[in-house]
Design a protein. Structure first.
Length: 350
């Protein structure tokens, strides 16, 4: 690695997120030396890192869908409500069934929940792509009404289920790993393959950079926008099934509460611009790990619960500032011997 590469390394998209994640992990190791320890018990993996991956799986899924939505110049504030609706719908069907432990009952409940989430995602896409409503307003409608829909499904009660097959989704194990990690990894791999190994990723970027030019070039921008909102709804629904399965209950008021904020933060930390266009699924994954590791760090170093959100906000602000091109340009100018980049007028004059 030559000197120029090292000098330009801090300007790369993933440098500061990776550095932040590494610093948080080192801090946890310093406070708790056994933080990296992973043990095998009953052919299952256990440890702090496994807990971070398992607990962060719902955020990873929601952030995955949010990345593609933001890449098209959109935003989806309704994902938290979709999380609550999918969990409420699945748990209600299972609780009302005469055979809640039957795999067919669980598959039916999961299928209905996922199908309804696809309809909700299509609704958001319809408002944004067809009727031209601003994404923040279109998804705010479902964000507001979604909690009410979930409450109607559960009749305002916390629905508890005792179904072993359903519990596997959020608290079970596959191949020695928590099932939630496996599900999140599969969905991430599928999304990465579709967007990076086919033309779909390029089409999403083109719609985000300039939707008008994309449409004039023959790109079906409405279909692309519609598809990313449907995918976002699907990701939120799977996250909702994980959350409700993990606690074997559905709470319309608290399930997925503020998860849309964590998802947006993960996307921004990962280097995806809110202005649309270029995006990074890997960056989003790292951002989601940072968000979840922050939560673990708070408990590890003993930060008081009442200032947890303040600590979290400070770390996020610091990462975003370090990624800011404007701040980096100012730091380069103030560095001894550094020269400011030529202005457009100066370049023309020369």
């Amino acid at each position: 690695m030559n000197a120029d590469t090292l000098r330009n390394l801090p300007r790369t998209r993933l440098f500061w997120p990776v550095l932040t994640l590494a610093a948080l992990l080192i801090l946890n190791v310093a406070v708790s030396p056994g933080f990296f320890a992973i043990r095998i018990q009953n052919d299952h993996l256990f440890g702090s890192l496994i807990d971070i991956l398992r607990n962060g799986a719902p955020t990873i899924l929601v952030a995955l869908g949010m990345t593609l939505v933001i890449a098209t110049r959109g935003i989806d504030l309704s994902v938290g409500a979709v999380v609550a609706i999918s969990g409420a719908l699945a748990c209600t069907i299972i609780a009302d069934s005469p055979s809640p432990d039957s795999p067919s009952t669980v598959l039916y409940a999961v299928g209905i929940a996922l199908g309804f989430a696809l309809v909700l995602g299509a609704w958001n896409g319809l408002l944004v792509a067809v009727f031209g409503i601003q994404p923040i307003i279109a998804t705010l409608i479902l964000m507001t009404a979604g909690r009410g829909i979930a409450a109607l499904i559960t009749e305002g009660q916390i629905i508890t289920v005792s179904s072993a097959p359903y519990k596997v989704i959020g608290a079970g194990y596959w191949f020695g790993l928590p099932a939630s990690i496996v599900i999140a990894a599969v969905m991430f791999a599928v999304a990465a393959l579709l967007t990076r190994k086919t033309a779909l990723g390029l089409l999403i970027e083109s719609v985000g950079i300039n939707p008008v030019a994309s449409r004039l070039a023959g790109v079906r921008s409405r279909g692309i926008v519609w598809a990313v909102y449907v995918f976002s709804g699907l990701c939120a629904a799977v996250a909702g099934l994980m959350i409700s399965s993990n606690v074997t209950a559905a709470d319309a008021n608290s399930a997925g509460l503020w998860i849309e904020m964590d998802a947006i933060l993960a996307v921004v930390i990962g280097g995806t611009s809110l202005a649309g266009g270029r995006y990074s699924l890997t960056g989003t994954l790292i951002g989601a790990f940072i968000i979840q590791t922050l939560t673990t760090t708070v408990y590890t170093i003993g930060i008081a619960p009442e200032i947890t959100l303040v600590f979290k906000a400070l770390v996020v602000i610091a990462v975003c500032l370090l990624q800011s091109p404007a701040l980096q340009a100012k730091l380069r100018v103030k560095r001894p011997g550094a020269t400011a980049a030529p202005t457009k007028a100066g370049a023309l004059a020369s």
